[in-house]
Design a binder for this molecule. Structure first.
Ligand code: SAM
Length: 221
């Protein structure tokens, strides 16, 4: 018991140092940094990789997929500009890490994963973390989820050849969509805003590299 509380104190310190490094590297949004400090990433990576959980690196989670690096999760979350009262759609649940971070910062999160094993594991991990405002659905997230639309914010955590049209249609006026878009060997992170007059504006935030978005409006399996 004493030993396990020492371990969790040490992990909290390691997590704090990870957040300080992100801050040093330019991530400034205090709510996002606090959310990263609050979520124990070591519970969302495979047991064999737990010692590496607080390195700023993507790690394999099985099925050829990865949990994104903390700096990537922080940058994408920051780009969504959440205030706390939003309904957010995430495409690509993976480990559930980004979903858990979004759960701290938004009112409700709908997350879609296409691989059954990852969806089941993410649900279990989020349950274990006590995250109650994130729902994980199994399916092709390139189609979005019209039943719960429209969304204040949408984030794709897999690289798409182009922004899927159904996702643009499911974004609220004033909403933001953040996605890696471009060829399979390297994308650009883009932020799209739907204006009040239903026009879309597009900003390029920088280069990135993600696993494929596989689906009707993504890459072929
Ligand atoms: N957000 C994740 C996290 O925090 O661990 C990282 C996601 S990983 C880089 C990308 C995920 O997108 C993979 O789990 C992959 O199976 C999933 N994916 C790819 N295409 C998808 C689709 N059409 N619909 C839903 N999930 C998809």
């Amino acid at each position: 018991m004493i030993q396990s509380s020492r371990v969790s104190d040490e992990l909290r310190r390691v997590r704090r140092r990870m957040v300080e490094r992100l801050q040093h590297d330019g991530l400034r949004e205090p709510r996002v940094l606090a959310a990263l400090e609050a979520i124990p990433r070591h519970w969302l990576v495979p047991e064999a990789l737990r010692a590496q959980a607080y390195k700023d690196a993507a790690l394999p989670i099985g099925g050829g997929q990865t949990i994104s690096a903390p700096s990537t999760v922080a940058a994408m979350t920051e780009a969504l500009q959440l205030r706390g009262d939003e309904l957010v759609l995430e495409v690509g649940t993976g480990s559930g890490y980004q979903a858990a971070v979004l759960g701290v910062l938004a009112e409700r999160v709908i997350s879609i994963e296409r691989l059954p094993r990852l969806a089941a594991e993410a649900r279990r991990a989020l349950d274990r973390l006590g995250v109650r405002n994130v729902v994980v659905h199994l399916g092709d997230g390139s189609l979005g989820r019209p039943n719960d639309a429209p969304y204040d914010a949408i984030v794709l955590t897999a690289g798409a050849p182009a922004v899927p049209e159904p996702l643009l249609a499911q974004l609220k006026p004033g909403g933001r969509l953040v996605a890696p878009v471009g060829p399979r060997d390297g994308q650009r992170l883009v932020r799209i805003r739907r204006q009040a007059d239903d026009k879309f504006t597009r900003e390029v935030l920088g280069p990135c590299r993600f696993v494929d978005l596989v689906g009707r409006h993504g890459w072929a399996a």
